[in-house]
Design a protein around this ligand. Structure first.
Ligand code: PGA
Length: 248
């Protein structure tokens, strides 16, 4: 696992965007695994800028999002499909049919998971998977637990996650209690994984993930078993890591 420490959020965002642009230059029909949350917004802004300057063509790019809340429809401003349209898709030339996000309003969420897994099989493997990290170590909505699930599944959100995400809702009671998320196995199948972390609030979990062993109670620590993972952390997020753990 490689750790690249950069100065701040802007540098993290630009570096991640550059890697995606390089990937699309090598393979115009790249499959990207995308994340929501505050962390990747700057990266998406950079991708939009590259597109506006005519430096990248998304017309053949395929995207898979990690997760979606159950119960929020696509018109709900807190749904992840809404987030992705607002922060990326509506500003670039990606084709609607090449965008995949679990449907949180599907009548039968289990059937929706099966459908998503089949799509991942059909279009995968993902070339670059972008991840954020929760303060509790979750990736996607794979929450700390006695066991982790390999494939796309329905999950209960932990109180930590609901509290962390309550900032986007009127109050915590409005934060959904369930979500559909790609599983750890789906994430680990990606050719390359880039985990982004910014800010002091992420420093304890980044230290924990990097410096302690692999545990299902820190889902991101499982990434240590992947052959091609890069953490891009800004100085604040990396501030608690021991210097000699920078290459693990
Ligand atoms: P954040 O969320 O980018 O809003 O910090 C990350 C996550 O929960 O995975």
């Amino acid at each position: 696992m490689k750790i690249k420490v950069v100065k701040d959020y802007d540098e993290m965002s630009l570096l991640a965007a550059k890697q995606i642009i390089e990937q699309i230059k090598i393979k115009n029909n790249s499959v990207l695994g995308l994340a929501t949350g505050s962390t990747p917004i700057g990266m998406y802004k950079n991708l939009i800028e590259y597109f506006k300057r005519g430096e990248v063509d998304f017309s053949k790019v395929i995207t898979f999002n990690l997760d979606e809340y159950i119960g929020l429809d696509k018109g709900n401003e807190q749904s992840y499909i809404y987030f992705m349209k607002k922060n990326l898709f509506s500003h670039i030339n990606i084709k609607e049919e090449n965008i995949f996000i679990p449907d949180g309003t599907a009548k039968d969420a289990e059937i929706e998971c099966k459908r998503y897994n089949e799509l991942l099989e059909k279009y995968g493997p993902i070339d670059i998977q972008i991840l954020g990290i929760g303060v509790n170590g979750h990736i996607g909505f794979n929450e700390p637990s006695k066991s982790l699930t390999l494939r796309t599944h329905v999950t209960d959100l932990t109180e930590d996650t609901r509290k962390a995400n309550a900032r986007f809702f009127d109050d915590i009671s409005k934060v959904p209690t369930k979500a559909i998320t790609m599983g750890i196995g789906d994430i680990m199948k990606a050719e390359k994984i880039i985990l982004l972390a910014s800010g002091k609030s992420k420093a304890p979990i980044i230290k924990h993930m990097v410096e302690t062993g692999i545990s299902t109670f820190i889902p991101a620590s499982v990434l240590k078993l992947h052959k091609n993972v890069e953490i891009i952390a800004d100085e604040d997020a990396a501030s608690l890591i021991e210097k000699d753990s920078c290459i693990a």
